[in-house]
Design a protein around this ligand. Structure first.
Ligand SMILES: [Zn+2]
Length: 51
């Protein structure tokens, strides 16, 4: 199976995911996902904060 390396946009950690799960795996842990949902109230993905 192929793995790809990704960088978590919340904490900056590098993590590996299966290539066929790459699209779903954006954050390294559910904890990081929860942080984003708390902050943005948006479940549709991570967007950079507006300046
Ligand atoms: Zn993370």
């Amino acid at each position: 199976m192929n793995y790809v390396r990704k960088i978590c946009p919340v904490c900056g950690s590098e993590f590996s995911v299966l290539k066929n799960a790459e699209e779903k795996a954006v954050y390294c842990t559910l904890e990081c996902l929860a942080k984003v949902q708390e902050t943005s109230g948006n479940r549709e993905g991570f967007l950079p904060a507006e300046q």
